[in-house]
Write a protein that binds this ligand. Structure first.
Ligand code: DX5
Ligand code: ZN
Length: 219
């Protein structure tokens, strides 16, 4: 069970200090948005490179960008240890996942709420993680979509059948109120932005989320 705070809700003027606030988490989730795949713009590879150098925990890059075939590998090159591309935007996901792994990163595929998993199940052997979005990508602080839980179950079942060590991540509206249903459905990596950075103590919020999912296990 891994907790990955999203720095989208952090103070962008003080990102090194904001990463240090969540040093008790497992990963640092960095949302890259290009104003095309989603209607919001955040940061790119130079900033990810700088963050990877100072972060106390590895960087989990979530790329909400068009043409990941062209742009995603550079995030692995600059030090993101996990790189997630959106399947809706990928032209050749097998080639892309292999390139990411060759660069030494974990390769991960994300699904928007309206995207079914079944057509992509065959990709599992190429992947280290599947991200099931629990909000429409683009912004922090949105309401959790409980209607995505059947998809989380479906992915978890497929991962079990595949026998691979593939993580199942949820991202969007994850909080103390919603994290347990995600764990129950089969998620094992939990992204939380506003629930962590909106708390008085980000580290305490991470610890609370961790305690809530500790009793669930998918092995
Ligand atoms: C949304 C991003 C999320 C966002 C989650 O497009 O992918 O990572 O930061 O924020 P919360 O946890 O506030 O929903
Ligand atoms: Zn994200």
């Amino acid at each position: 069970m891994l907790i990955s705070p999203s720095i989208l809700s952090a103070d962008f003027a003080n990102l090194q200090a904001e990463l240090d606030r969540v040093a008790n988490a497992d990963w640092a989730h960095v949302d890259v948005m290009d104003n095309h795949f989603v209607p919001n713009l955040t940061l790119g590879a130079p900033v990810v490179e700088a963050l990877a150098k100072v972060s106390p925990i590895p960087i989990d890059a979530h790329l909400m960008i068009d043409d990941p075939d062209r742009w995603a590998p550079q995030y692995a090159e600059v030090g993101a240890r996990s790189v997630t591309f959106h399947i809706e935007a990928a032209a050749d996901p097998v080639k892309l996942a292999r390139t990411l792994r060759a660069e030494g990163a974990r390769a991960s595929m994300a699904l928007k709420p309206g995207t079914a998993f079944a057509p992509y199940e065959d990709l599992l052997p190429e992947l280290d993680m599947v991200l099931v979005m629990t909000v429409e990508p683009g912004f922090g602080g949105q309401s959790f979509m409980a209607d995505q839980m059947p998809k989380v179950r479906q992915v978890r079942e497929a991962v079990r059948r595949s026998g691979g060590e593939i993580w199942v991540q949820v991202d969007g509206g994850v909080s103390a109120a919603t994290i347990e249903q995600c764990a129950e459905a089969g998620a094992d990596v939990f992204v939380a932005g506003s629930a962590v950075y909106g708390a008085a103590s980000a580290a305490d919020a991470v610890a609370e989320l961790r305690a809530l999912v500790a009793k669930h296990s998918h092995t």
